[in-house]
Design a protein around this ligand. Sequence first.
Ligand SMILES: NC(=O)c1ccc[n+]([C@@H]2O[C@H](COP(=O)([O-])OP(=O)(O)OC[C@H]3O[C@@H](n4cnc5c(N)ncnc54)[C@H](O)[C@@H]3O)[C@@H](O)[C@H]2O)c1
Length: 441
Amino acid sequence: MAESLRVSVIGVGYLGTTHAVGMAELGHEVVALDVDADKVAQLSAGVVPFFEPGLPEVLTRALASGRLRFTTSYADVAANADIHFVCVGTPQLSGSNAADMRYVEAAMQSLAAELNTPCLVVGKSTVPAGSATRLAAVVAQAAPVGAGADLAWNPEFLREGHALQDTIQPDRLVFGVTTDSAERTLRTVYGSVIDAGCPVVVTDLATAEMVKVAANSFLATKISFINAMAEICEVTGADVATLAVALGHDDRIGPRFLHAGLGFGGGCLPKDIRGFMARAEELGVEPAVSFLREVDAINLRRRTRMVDLAVEELDGELNGKRIGVWGAAFKPESDDIRDSPALDVARTLKSRGADVAVYDPQALDNARKKYPELDYCPSAIDAAREADLILHLTEWAEFQTLDPVRLDGVTRGKRILDGRGALDPARWRAAGWSYRALGRP
Ligand SMILES: NC(=O)c1ccc[n+]([C@@H]2O[C@H](COP(=O)([O-])OP(=O)(O)OC[C@H]3O[C@@H](n4cnc5c(N)ncnc54)[C@H](O)[C@@H]3O)[C@@H](O)[C@H]2O)c1
């Protein structure tokens, strides 16, 4: 039986909730804090305030075990945990590419002010290079004499939609530490994960915080690479889907993240590559990551291309046309709409005169709250009602299995644009539809 530690998790959004539940699942005594009292009340009642497959069941189990509870009190977490994971948000600053570090700084300061015994503070949020060393000084200054907090960085790589599995069975653990005791504590916290064979990379703070932004930059680059190829395919008549299959057979390239479509969005990749560029500029090494500017531009051009294709399909006129949009989340198996390509396209088409009806299996509530100007429908069929054109913008399995024959007599036109290249063209064409996808003839 692995050793049980007293752990706190600070900031219970997508990352923090999953981490808190995961820590309890690993056998630790967990107290999780957020400044949002409503969120704390919901989680305490066993309700996960966002969609993540499997998480509600494990939250219920963790609450019932007595190993997990939620609080809004920093004094509570300081008194009842010896290792504190900071998981608050680092969104993009408005009007700048840089990451907004206010929440991380506030969380570290609030925690440090309440500390009364030596402990380990572990940053998990994605932060610009150089933050950890600066934050170590913030913690040291705010902590009362004798409290002696050590700071480590343990970046998180979980993917929404697979968050719990990625927490309990990660591909690797990265520990950025400055003391042997911090490494020992982290090895104990993740004892059962490490025993199960997970590789551990132990390094300094600067490398640990950089692993995350470098990984996201690589993934974003791979996606934009195939989307750049799609742009070329669109003028040469080549098929980007076949091209990707052929490229992916090369072991050095591999097939993953090589799926052409509407591109990436969400609360991580876009803001992480922009934050990386902003930080590189501050450090005087902007040219080293200037390629990320193009990665970002390629990504955003796919959204423009989708809008242009929709206009083209509707004979250049959006006024009086109805468009059914399938998908609002930035990716399937999530209700996260942060920087969602689907909603970006839907809103642009609406602003240009189309009547836009959106359906998503999980993200409707979030979308409705943020963008009330769009119409929302309770099913894919409802969103397609009287539509002149359907746009498939988030690749939920439900859209892939939907039989196009079910739309006979429902839509006004039989035209579909597949922004994710995930539908079966033969099936749609056999049912009498005009099917087009990005980068495909
Ligand atoms: N979402 C992901 O898939 C993911 C994956 C890996 C890394 N990350 C990184 O993790 C961090 C958190 O991301 P997220 O998606 O969970 O964000 P989020 O916005 O869902 O959650 C952030 C939470 O922090 C809380 N918070 C803000 N200020 C606080 C404070 N001073 N004290 C306590 N709580 C506070 C907010 O109320 C919110 O609940 C970011 O740096 C992100 O880049 C996220």
